[in-house]
Write a protein that binds this ligand. Sequence first.
Ligand code: PLP
Length: 393
Amino acid sequence: LDEASGYLLAPRDPILGVTTAYLADTHPSKINVGVGAYRNDEGKPVVLECVREAEKWIGGRELMEYLPMGGSARFCELAVGLAYGEDTQVLKDKRVASIQALSGTGVVRLFAEFMKRFQPEAEAYLPLPTWSNHHNVFRDANVNQHTYRYYLASTRGLDFEGLKEDLKSAPNRSVILLHACAHNPTGVDPTPEQWKELSKLFKEKEHFPLFDMAYQGFASGDTQRDNQAIRIFLEDGHQLACAQSFAKSMGLYGQRIGCISIVCAEATEAATVKSQLEYIARPMYSSPPVHGSLLVTSILTDSDLKQLWFKEVKEMADRIIGMRVALRKNLEELGSKHSWEHITQQIGMFCYKTVNGGGAQEHMEGVARSSVALDVGAVRDSYGYLTESAWCY
Ligand code: PLP
């Protein structure tokens, strides 16, 4: 409650709140760690060359009409080919229902609405921690949500035993949200062997996997390596859903371009599920935006542009990995007594460590003294943990 006006203010978003604080700060050397967006050496946003080329093709054409409710069918076909691997059997069998949606957030929201409508009793399980907006999305869709253990503070890695225990004790047929790669905010991913084990556990428990894939290509630099978790689950015959975003991988943040896909039992079921997804989208926003869809479609259809994109996404991923190595080296050379191993062990845009009690200030100062250009700072996540959160650029 705003005491002066008496109006009820909405709570500040923990991530976007950092950007607000950054903008208000007058310090000349301020660095923004609020938003997960790739930056160049000057700290500036990057527009990929393949996107510039695609824009040239789109510019001046008569392409401003509404898209259908489910967006561009061609875009969806290309997007799921990228997410699942083009020669995947479920695609050949036309068992995948997919529609274009408003980037990763919009996709997860559509999925949550779908879940509430058709599996109202099902429980959703989210990793602890996860991207804080996941909690908001499932809350607003009125889906029962829980967390499962994911991050182990003592190793700054995966709490694999805790994760398995929690998924075993969850009710059968729960919906489990998994980050396909480059987990946000921890940068901790299961190994291929651990994904295989998880796939078996999901079978036993009949859990339904929802893969949030916001960073395909951003972890290893190879889009077909970063989708290995999905491929492992598909090989084991799972039906699953995928929330795909092109915000980070193509740098199309503000274009709000993503794709929801659900693997169904058969082609007729897929057609039905698709119609239901469109039916949910219609009263929310009628049809999705056209520009991002044209950009992605142009890039993935033209083999030269596609190769250029692969090259550019690899450059971004390699640069992040290189920054991690340099940051760790610099901190160690500065004589820090802390362990910085997690900086190079974690992957993707995020570097995560919980700081309990003392040491936080010293920790942050140590990072700030490093000469590597890196966004770093202290952020309180949605659970109130003080976290180190860093975006390399
Ligand atoms: N999912 C995860 C794990 C994310 O980290 C993000 C963005 O940071 C999103 C989804 C949503 O991104 P967008 O809606 O911009 O595609």
